[in-house]
Design a protein around this ligand. Structure first.
Ligand code: UDP
Length: 315
């Protein structure tokens, strides 16, 4: 297949690109490098079948030649990133989705959008099924991400109803290699803070929960969904619900050393609990997350150690 991936230099986008290249696909990657990093793609080599274009997908783009699939994975995804870039976050979820849908329509290609568990907001239903419409504050600081992604889903369904072949994946918290150590999310923060031996910052009392999916599991699910004929949203995420205090303690324990837990104010509208109901992924795709939290955290920690060392040596 020849596949266009927006956000190809990002955390999930680069893993997705790597998996597509590994199965022999050709990839045209797009990224405006707002939060993505070209170094995420460095290890793939020049003859990998990847062409990268620095382009902001809020602007139309023409790609020469046939395209089989268009995968829209461009967006800031960490709360501090979307607080820092609120309009860009809105734009890439709305105008950016439209650009990518138009490209797919023009090429008669299959389209997939990366949606998110944030469409459920601070959920009043637990666990969250795809049938739940969510509890989103439309004017709070998180709304730039949540509402943009809800709009992206609405755009996708509008094009679907007009005949486009579309997929919507709702991605729950995912972690692994290539997250920026300073991206502000829980696992990168806890790992870099623990490696520094300073304070590991738990927001609020740390009683809020997340379930944490290792990136290789997520990518396997995305490829299965792409190959399926399911156009309605599908949740992909792990079942290992854990409080943020437990997560911080686990990471401090894995790292060892002198780090201790310090408490900070809870961000506005921070979801109190999050756990995907993955019945649809299981029945439609035969997918469940398989990597245990212990294994995934160890692999991720190895990578963070080498990143922190490389930074320390000015690389
Ligand atoms: N969090 C925390 N300390 C940090 C970063 C995050 O306690 O240094 C909490 C945050 O308040 C949230 C959870 O960890 O409840 C997950 O945050 P993250 O930014 O990873 O993703 P979210 O699920 O909020 O998008």
């Amino acid at each position: 297949m020849r596949v266009v991936v927006s956000g190809a230099a990002g955390f999930i986008g680069s893993h997705l690109t790597e998996a597509l290249l590994a199965r022999g696909d050709e990839v045209v990657g797009l990224d405006n490098l707002l939060t993505g990093r070209m170094k995420n793609l460095e290890s793939f080599g020049d003859s990998s079948g990847l062409t990268m274009l620095t382009h902001d997908v809020i602007h139309p783009i023409q790609i020469e030649g046939a395209v089989d699939a268009v995968l829209h994975f461009a967006s800031p995804a960490s709360p501090p990133d979307y607080y820092a870039h609120p309009v860009a976050t809105l734009d890439v979820g709305t105008a950016g989705t439209r650009t990518m849908l138009e490209l797919a329509a023009d090429k008669q290609a299959r389209f997939m959008v990366a949606s998110t568990s944030e469409v459920y907001g601070d959920p009043l239903e637990h666990p969250q099924t795809e049938a739940y419409w969510g509890n989103v504050n439309p004017v709070g600081p998180r709304s730039v991400y949540d509402e943009a992604k809800r709009c992206a889903e609405a755009y996708t369904m509008a094009y679907h109803r007009a005949g486009l072949d579309t997929r919507i994946v709702r991605i729950f918290n995912t972690y692994g290699e290539r997250m920026r150590p300073n991206d502000g999310r829980a696992i990168p923060n806890f790992m870099s803070q623990a490696l520094d031996g300073g304070e590991v910052t738990v927001y609020g009392a740390g009683s809020q929960t997340r379930s944490l999916c290792y990136v290789s599991d997520l990518i396997r699910g995305i490829l299965l969904l792409l190959a399926s004929d399911e156009h309605l949203p599908v949740n992909l995420g792990a079942q290992n619900e854990i409080t943020m205090l437990q997560l911080a303690e686990t990471i401090v324990g894995l790292v060892g050393g002198d780090a201790r837990i310090g408490y900070r104010e809870l961000p506005v509208d921070d979801p109190k609990q999050r756990l995907p109901d993955t019945t649809r992924a299981r029945t439609i795709l035969g997918w469940t997350a398989e990597v245990t939290l212990a294994d995934g955290l160890l692999r991720t920690l190895d990578w963070f150690r080498s990143e922190v060392n490389a930074e320390g040596q000015g690389r």
